[in-house]
Structures are given as C-alpha cells and as structure tokens.
Design a binder for this molecule. Structure first.
Ligand code: AMP
Length: 538
C-alpha cells in the first residue's frame, strides 16, 4: 500500500487568527473596562495588534519557547496575548489572579516566566509576589483603569512603536503554545503544557453541533476567566468560526452580566455554577427586567450543576447545558446533551440526563476503574475513578511531576469518582479526595447536594465527610439558605427522605453564610472538613 499523499499542514493557532482576519475582518471584539466603558475592535485589529505585540516582545528579548505570563481579566488585550505570544513561537502562561501570592510565586518560578503582561488594576497582586521571581525581566502594564504608572512599560506605548506586520514563523504543531497550572487543592499546582495541535483540535471538536456549537453568527460571552483552562477554548473557537466575542472584564456580578448579555445580544456564554446560580436568583427576583431573547445557550461546568439550576433557568426561557472538563483535558471532555432517541421523553427524563456530566466529545475516550484497577461496566451503578485519553488530554505535567496520574496503558486518571451508564453518560459522584466512605461504602456527596439544592429555601449546599467513631466517615451538609428563606434541619432531612438509601442521609446540617471555594469556584471541602473536624465525634 502506498503511503498517504496529503499535505503535512501544521495545526497551529496562526491559521485560526489568519482565518478570522481574512474572512471576518469586521467582526467585533467587545471588552468592558472596569468603569463600564465598552471598547470595540475587530478581528482585523486583533490580528494587527497581535503582530505589534510580537514585535514588542521580541524587542524585549522574548525568543522561541520563552514563557510570557498574563495576570489579567477577560478583555481584548488578553485575546491579543492569547494569539500573539504562541504565534511568535513563545508560550503563553495565564496566571490565576485569584491565587495567593505564595502560590503565584511558586507557579511563576516553576514556569520561569520572563515577562508579565499585567492589568493596571491587578498591579497590587503582581507586586505582592513578582519580586520573588528572578526570571521575570519586564512587567508590561495594560492600563485598564487609568494611566500606566511612570517608570513602567506601557502595553499601548509598546504596540504603538511597532509595525502590525509580523512574519509569523512556521511552527511545529507539537510545539508548546500555552501553560496553565491546575487549581489543585492538595500539593503543589502542576503545569499543563498545551500544544498548538491540542488547542486547534480542541477548538474543532468542541465547536461541533452536539458539543458547543459556535458559528460566525454567534456572539460569545466567556464568563469563565481566561486564566482557567484556556477560557474553555472560547477564544480559539471564536477565531476558528469567525464569531463575535464579548469580554466582561472584572465585573462578574449577575446584574453586570445580564446587562451585557442584553445590550450586546449575546447568543452563547459559559461559566461555573456560582455565576449562573447568581443570575438565576436575580432573574427570579426581576423576571421581566432583561430581554434575553438573543441567548441560545449557556454552558455550565467546572463543578456540578444542580438540576434546580438547569430547571430554574429553563423557567426564564434559558437553556443551560452542563459540560465536564479539566485543565488537563484542554478542557472539554464530556457534555450533557440528550440523544435523539429521547425526543419523545418527558421533561423530567430529559432533566435527569441533562443533570449528568454527559458523554464524551469526539476524540475523548472515557472509562472508569475500581479500587483494584479493573475497568468497570457501564451500568450506571458501579462507582469508579474516571480515566480519559485523547489528542487533547495532557500526557505529562511540567517537569514530569505527578507521573502516577497516568496509567501504565496511557490513560489519564482524573481523580473524579463516577458512574457511567449504558449510553456513555458520565455522572460525577465526587472528587476522589472528597468521597465519603461510611462503613466501607461510598456515598455520593454530589447527588445529596443536587437534591438539597432542589429545596426551595436552599441556595447552595456542600456535603462533606465528618469523622465518625463507628462508621469512619458520615456525611455532613453545609447549607446556604436563600435570602429571607427559612428551613430547619428536620425540613431538609424530610426533603431528602425516600430519595436515597437511609445510610446516605446526612448526620448533621450546618447553616452557613457562604461555602468556602477554590480559586476557580469549586467547593473547598478540605476547608469544611477542617472547620467541622470534631462535629460527629463529640
Ligand atoms: P479544573 O482543572 O480546575 O478545571 O478542575 C477540573 C475538575 O473540576 C474536574 O476534575 C471535576 O472534579 C470538576 N468539574 C469540572 N466540570 C464539572 C462538572 N460539570 N461537574 C462536576 N465536576 C466538574
């Protein structure tokens, strides 16, 4: 047999931005600044400014493979960095602005960042750690809320001095394109290095009609921060499709988001459950205030979306679709779309499917394994650790750390405990480090939380393991009540009654103002376990 005779055309981000510039030059990129002002530019402007940025960075000494970090909100300058840095052959490192200075020090030192592009409004955060990172040679200030302080490099001044025409190098599609550190709550954060190829494949497969369909007719509002796993691929998907982008800047409160969605006629958006829970509460209080008729779909991911959220937004005519992913998976892995054979099913049956984490997008494979490492059947019952593989799943961490996260046969161990049903739908029961093991049996905290959040008085609920003298661990529920609502422990226990096996029922309830969270919006159960360590042993 002859070898194939197709061109070896590299899958790089350069193609995506060149395509956006060539075919959609006038399509807008809208960015809201901290004072509310809306900045507008086009894909053609973005391409030209990415060229200027590349010249400026080269003049500052950036070469192939060098890490250039960002500490920034979502806006057009961050988009320019998203493309300009990888397209010149350097590596974009998005720093998580919600992390503590000690973690940022560790991460920036570990990645050996050479330059940091920083929002002016975030300079205090930067200055709290950057002095401890000897590799950083320059700080470039993106003046979002006022002029760049004297003596610092100004992003706009650097760009203004350069030509927009950059002779983009032909890159190896397997070369590093971006680095993102995991938001792990135990141990040191680990760096994931994306390649041009992984980002392009992710953009292609995630934009398919049954994943996160994106077309040139869409206006996308990524609420997910650009430092969280590639902003879930939205910048790349938008360039590939030629879609319009709307960036929210630092104002992520429900009212600001709804105003922006209405004003800019947003069609698709994405964020973590907390964002959409806030939006739902505001819409419930003011059902008629916003015209959201342009919105086709919102994606929710990063943590489990309670069915009450999906149902609640549905009452306002909004479709929210759950997706699962990880920093290590670029990030999209699975998405919860009912299949065509459910077309005649009831709303309740469809909701049950939409409340799972869904089935895998093309080129992501899923399986789950038991404690002895055996691959488990897809019966919707047996709980095991989810493992994934595919061309946009990481094959190692920076510095080859955490090697035990990959199996001998090349699958990535996600650390999520799941069931998988016959249709391939994955249902997350817990993070493996958060599972509740009572008398040797697993209890799904996510299932209990979903049910509790279905109670009319409950805004949020996190169920975690309390130490128990006889059963080892027993569930405790931390509950945030809605403003002005009331519920007792007995009310909540009654609400759960009959829905679960008796031994799943929480032993105790604690009513709290808010649930502690990680920097990317997940429940921080280690903190809850620490706070209520002795609760069941007294
Ligand atoms: P990160 O790398 O910060 O994006 O975190 C990835 C982790 O977030 C996953 O391993 C899951 O534990 C959790 N996660 C992401 N999406 C979902 C989802 N839809 N439902 C439940 N957990 C999720």
């Amino acid at each position: 047999m002859n070898p194939g005779r197709m061109m070896d055309y590299p899958l790089t981000l350069t193609h995506l931005l060149e395509r956006a510039r060539r075919y959609f030059p006038r399509t807008e990129i809208v960015s809201r600044y901290p004072d509310g002002w809306l900045h507008r530019q086009t894909w053609a402007d973005t391409y030209a400014r990415a060229g200027r940025l590349a010249h400026a960075l080269r003049r500052l000494g950036v070469g192939p493979g060098d890490r250039v970090a960002t500490l920034a909100w979502n806006h057009h300058r961050h988009l320019e960095a998203y493309f300009g840095i990888p397209m010149m052959g350097a590596v974009l490192h998005t720093l998580n602005l919600r992390l503590h200075a000690n973690e940022l020090t560790y991460i920036a030192r570990h990645a050996e960042d050479s330059i940091v592009l920083c929002d002016r409004s975030l300079l205090p955060q930067l200055e709290a750690f950057v002095g401890n990172v000897p590799s950083v040679r320059h700080i470039v200030v993106m003046a979002d809320d006022g002029p760049t302080p004297a003596g610092k490099l100004d992003y706009e001044a650097l760009l203004a001095a350069e030509s927009p025409d950059y002779s983009w190098p032909t890159l190896d599609e397997r070369s590093a394109c971006a680095i993102c550190y995991t938001s792990g709550t135990t141990g040191n954060p680990k760096g994931v290095i994306y390649t041009h190829r992984s980002n392009v494949l992710h953009a292609l497969f995630t934009s398919l009609p049954d994943a996160v369909p994106v077309s040139q007719r869409d206006t996308l509002l990524p609420v997910v921060p650009m430092f969280h796993a590639n902003a879930w691929g939205y910048p790349h998907m938008a360039a590939n499709a030629g879609a319009r982008l709307v960036f929210p800047g630092p104002k992520l409160d429900p009212e600001s988001l709804l105003d922006l969605m209405e004003r800019e006629r947003v069609t698709r958006s994405a964020g973590v459950p907390t964002v959409w829970l806030g939006v739902l509460a505001l819409l419930d209080a003011n059902p008629k205030k916003w015209d959201l008729s342009s919105v086709r779909e919102m994606i929710v991911g990063g943590a489990a979306a309670p069915p009450a959220l999906i149902e609640g937004l549905g009452r306002h005519g909004l479709t929210v679709t759950q997706a699962w992913g990880m920093t290590e998976t670029n990030p999209l892995g699975t998405i919860a779309r009912p299949k065509a054979d459910m077309d005649g099913s009831s709303d309740a049956e469809r909701l049950a499917v939409r409340a799972t984490q869904g089935f895998a997008v093309p080129f992501v494979e899923t399986r789950h394994t038991g404690e002895d490492g055996d691959v488990l059947p897809w019966d919707g019952e047996r709980m095991g650790e989810l493992e994934v593989r595919g061309p946009f799943v990481a094959s190692s961490y920076v510095g080859d750390e955490g090697k035990d996260r990959w199996t001998a046969d090349g699958w990535f161990r996600t650390g999520d405990v799941v069931t998988i049903d016959a249709g391939g739908y994955v249902r997350i029961c817990d993070r493996s480090k958060d599972v509740i093991k009572s008398g040797g049996e697993w209890i799904s905290s996510v299932a209990l939380e979903n049910a509790l959040m279905g109670h009319a008085s409950v805004l949020e609920a996190a169920v975690f393991a309390g130490r128990h003298p006889k059963w080892d661990e027993r569930p405790i529920a931390a509950v945030v009540l809605r403003k002005g609502a009331a519920a007792t422990e007995a009310d909540l226990a009654k609400h759960l009654e009959g829905k679960f096996a008796k031994f799943w029922m929480p032993d105790a309830y604690v009513f709290v103002e808010q649930i502690p969270r990680t920097s990317t919006g997940k429940f921080l159960k280690s903190k809850l376990r620490e706070l209520y360590a002795g609760m069941l042993t007294k």
